[in-house]
Design a protein around this ligand. Structure first.
Ligand code: F6P
Length: 548
């Protein structure tokens, strides 16, 4: 056993789990008329109803004790103060500095980074305004009407998904298109519809070594030069966001057109930096700044609220409760708002690339760490995977997320959306018993065996946990707070599990092998010398493309 699983706090939680597993949430609500209000907290305009969970006060107290035993407050202060908590890369973790409106300095290696953070934001603001005002034009003097944002992972998901989420806040006249995958059909489709004279490319890569982004940018540059642009026009149509200035200038980017980012900002935490440039171009700088301010408000809440009133802490502890004491392999994100349809993918990267680890400190873990995160917009999932969540033996905790009002509100549509959202969490909690169903069917089915058989198939066990997150409307401020809340949830779980939430060594081997295989695919004379399966896959690819 490890220090964590042998701790008295962990053992106490394991014992409490055995007790809780004998209970049903229906009874918890019946026995405590104040349950709903007791397990509801609001911060930064976000209300979290976590009453439909398999918890009671003993459990919440024990989870809080576990967090305290792992020095959560100390680790939180270490992050905000710029300590190198990314201990395998020796880096600070300071995405919070990117939205630090406190006026206080943030020191990295003794140096206050806030001046350069502010300078970067000012550069973003000036550039966004110059494009919107028509001051920055294409090489023929035409205004920019389309932005093609090229990046992948954290250099793509944030801006893309937040652009979708903030569609009602988009600046008119400017369309932003996102390209990530190295599959050529994506960039080809996007370029096919672009006017070279009015298209701006934003190439985002923290490392400036990511194969997909480099290749897509090379293709874009070739398209530009093949369709009338010249090398001297590149600076008007290509800008870059990277921490690797040398690689970017070696690539041909104009040094003045490179927006900086820093090693102390992880890719999946970087949309608050100039990585958010495509988003800021799409919604305007003021809205982008409001998003930063929402995240800052959540940072303040996370640092100041007591654990039992702290939204990120509550979500983290309840999630860990199911992950480590109920064997939940995943949790599902269910945004009941079409514009938030990308949120599951965003949180999937944020959570799984952060906490999908197997080592705590320098010791392999003997417990589960990061869960599988998945989901899709409601109500679509109700016609797809909700069946499994309701009636299988697999426990899948759910987060329901919904704005109480939407732009262009059609009261009927929105009331239907809300009623579905609330009904799903109600059905998951309450279920429907054998006796209740049998009583309904008895008048229709005379045969006892048939009645029993059908009743058995229709039982809804209930006792399936969920959180419901509500907010007035999804404006930039609220979106910033919502995303920061999930960032800090991931942080809290990472602290308790003792993993490094800020490296991603697991993605390196695939990149190396991909380059080795690419060499064989491009030089078909060079016989592959991999495992038999990979060799035959390569052979099939070469055979299928031998006439191209
Ligand atoms: O998936 C690995 C990863 O390094 C992510 O962490 C990152 O967001 C993405 O690839 C893109 O990396 P870069 O911004 O360096 O191109």
């Amino acid at each position: 056993m490890t220090e964590l699983t042998s701790s008295s706090q962990w053992q106490h939680l394991a014992a409490l789990a055995q007790d809780i597993k004998q209970l049903h949430m229906r009874d918890m609500f019946t026995e405590d008329e104040h349950r709903a209000s007791k397990y509801t907290q609001t911060a930064c305009g976000i209300t979290l109803d976590f009453s439909k969970n398999l918890i009671n006060q003993d459990v919440m107290n024990a989870l809080q004790a576990l967090a305290e035993s792992r020095d959560l407050a100390g680790k939180r202060d270490a992050m905000f103060s710029g300590e190198a908590i990314n201990f395998t890369e020796g880096r600070a973790v300071l995405h919070t500095a990117l939205r630090n409106f406190s006026g206080n300095p943030v020191l990295v290696d003794g140096e206050n980074v806030m001046p350069e953070v502010q300078a970067s934001l000012n550069k973003v603001k000036a550039f966004v305004n110059s494009v919107h005002d028509g001051e920055h034009t294409g090489y023929t003097g035409k205004v920019i009407t389309d932005v093609v944002a090229i990046g992948i992972g954290g250099s793509f998901l944030g801006p893309k998904i937040m652009s979708e989420a903030l569609k009602p806040y988009r600046a008119s006249g400017l369309k932003v298109h996102y390209v990530a995958n190295v599959d050529g059909c994506h960039i080809t489709d996007v370029l096919a519809e672009r006017d070279i004279e009015q298209t701006l490319f934003v190439m985002s890569s923290k490392s400036f070594t990511t194969q997909e982004t480099l290749q897509n940018t090379l293709t874009a540059k070739k398209w530009f030069l093949d369709n009338g642009g010249t090398q001297s026009d590149i600076t008007k149509h290509f800008v870059a966001v990277s921490s690797n200035i040398k690689a970017a200038t070696d690539f041909g980017m104009d040094a003045n057109n490179i927006f900086p980012m820093w090693d102390w900002v992880g890719g999946r935490y970087s949309m608050w930096s100039a990585i958010g440039l495509p988003l800021a171009l799409g919604i305007g700088f003021d809205n982008f700044e409001q998003m930063l301010k929402g995240a800052f408000a959540m940072d303040e809440h996370f640092q100041s609220a007591p654990v039992d009133q702290n939204l990120p802490c509550i979500l983290a502890l309840v999630g860990l409760w199911y992950r480590n004491f109920f064997g939940a392999q995943s949790y599902v994100l269910l945004p009941y708002y079409h514009y938030l349809r990308g949120m599951p993918a965003y949180v999937q990267q944020l959570d799984m690339e952060s906490n999908g680890k197997q080592v705590s400190g320098d010791t392999p873990v003997d417990y589960e760490t990061g869960p599988i995160v998945w989901g899709s917009e409601g109500t679509n999932g109700q016609h797809s995977f909700h069946q499994l969540i309701h009636q299988s033996n697999t426990l899948i905790p759910a987060d329901f997320i919904m704005p109480l009002t939407v732009p262009n509100q059609d009261d009927t549509h929105h009331a239907m959306l809300a009623s579905n959202c609330f009904a799903q969490s109600q059905a998951l909690m309450q279920g429907k018993t054998y006796d209740e169903i049998k009583a309904e069917l008895a008048s229709k089915i005379d045969d006892e065996d048939e009645l029993h058989r059908l009743t058995t198939h229709k039982v809804m066990p209930g006792n399936k946990p969920s959180n419901t997150l509500l907010f007035e409307k999804l404006d930039p401020f609220t979106l910033g707070a919502l995303i920061a809340m999930y960032e800090h949830k991931v942080f809290v779980q990472g602290v308790i599990w003792g993993v490094n939430s800020y490296d991603q060594w697991g993605v390196e081997l695939g990149k190396v092998m991909g380059n080795q295989i690419l060499a064989k695919l491009q030089d078909t004379q060079d016989k592959p010398d991999f495992d038999a399966s990979t060799n035959q896959l390569i052979a099939q690819f070469i055979a299928a493309n031998s006439n191209n």
